[in-house]
Design a protein around this ligand. Structure first.
Ligand SMILES: NC(=O)c1ccc[n+]([C@@H]2O[C@H](COP(=O)([O-])OP(=O)(O)OC[C@H]3O[C@@H](n4cnc5c(N)ncnc54)[C@H](OP(=O)(O)O)[C@@H]3O)[C@@H](O)[C@H]2O)c1
Length: 284
């Protein structure tokens, strides 16, 4: 009986495989699944099984889930296509009779104005309708979403955003990945929905202070309006759709939709989450 991790060729899924191994799951009990055969070949060097899957190809999912006890559905990256893709995974998991489905969702997915939430809501509803025993991990923002902002702050001394006073309770991908391993290697998580986020929530000034400490140069927060932000992004060459998306996400942060600190991530992984300043230091 195996644990199949989808998205294992991506950042979060790969870290989940690492954390499963670190928590004592034998490599022979893990199947790393993803689209990219070259990345899967690198994963095979860990001794884990591998499977080429495409969320749009149910036969590939049936083959990968054959004999699986648990399936980790790491949400896909084709934004706009994910609800039907995830439904294919849920249907295949049901056909395979898996005993535990773990899904990485978004904060308050079923009841939030977060612009990314509708596909997660649809997926959570499909999981509930399937009757599969499941654990929902509603992941908050990654620290790693700020890699570019960190590089820019280090280079220019400015952190620019239209988040106003809004706060972000971000955490490192590795901490969210460890939560996946935690719910698969301990009892009592079937039927649970966890709101996962970092232990503390930072605003623009806090980001600038953390960047100042991490980079050893003064960084200031340049708080701009959504209109100014859009103009800066398109002026830097971003297409209007992407710029609008970034500005809308900052609006969600301004509205407090990514700022809650539930403590549930720390409780699951058994240690504090990585502070933002330590993440920023790691980007140097
Ligand atoms: N909470 C946050 O802040 C945040 C930020 C960004 C994204 N996310 C969500 O969290 C997920 C994991 O994050 P990440 O950083 O690990 O993303 P990532 O590195 O882009 O990985 C995405 C994974 O999804 C796989 N995938 C995409 N479409 C697929 C398909 N049609 N069939 C099979 N596999 C498919 C990719 O496979 P291949 O590489 O093999 O094609 C890859 O393994 C993302 O996909 C996204 O849904 C959350």
């Amino acid at each position: 009986m195996t644990i199949v991790v989808t998205g294992a060729t991506g950042h979060l899924g790969r870290l989940a495989v690492d954390h499963l191994l670190a928590r004592g799951v034998p490599a022979s009990g893990i199947v790393a699944a993803g689209r990219n055969p070259e990345k899967l070949a690198a994963l095979a060097e860990l001794g884990v099984g591998t499977a080429v899957i495409d969320f749009t190809d149910p036969a590939s999912l049936d083959a990968a889930f054959d004999g699986a006890e648990s399936v980790v559905l790491v949400s896909g990256s084709d934004v706009g296509q994910r609800a039907p893709q995830h439904a294919n995974v849920i249907d295949a998991a049901k056909r395979a009779g898996v005993a535990h489905l773990v899904y990485t969702s978004a904060p308050k997915a079923t009841d939030t104005a977060l612009i990314l939430a509708p596909e997660h809501k649809a997926t959570e509803e499909a999981i509930a309708a399937s009757g599969l025993p499941a654990t929902i991990l509603r992941n908050g923002w990654y620290h790693e979403n700020y890699a570019q902002a960190a590089a820019q702050a280090a280079a220019t001394g400015v952190y620019l955003a239209s988040t106003g006073e809004g706060r972000v309770a971000s955490a490192a991908r590795s901490d969210y990945a460890e939560a996946i391993a935690a719910v698969l290697t301990s009892e009592g998580h079937l039927g649970s929905v966890y709101e996962l986020s970092g232990d503390s929530a930072w605003n623009g000034d806090d980001f600038a202070a953390a960047a100042t400490e991490a980079f050893g140069r003064e960084v200031v927060f340049q708080s701009v309006s959504p209109e100014e932000h859009f103009a800066v992004l398109t002026g830097a060459g971003l297409d209007e759709g992407t710029a609008g998306f970034v500005v809308a996400l900052d609006g969600n942060i301004r509205d407090g939709l990514l700022g809650e600190t539930s403590g549930e991530l720390t409780a699951l992984i058994g240690h504090p989450t990585l502070p933002l300043v330590d993440y920023l230091r790691s980007t140097k």
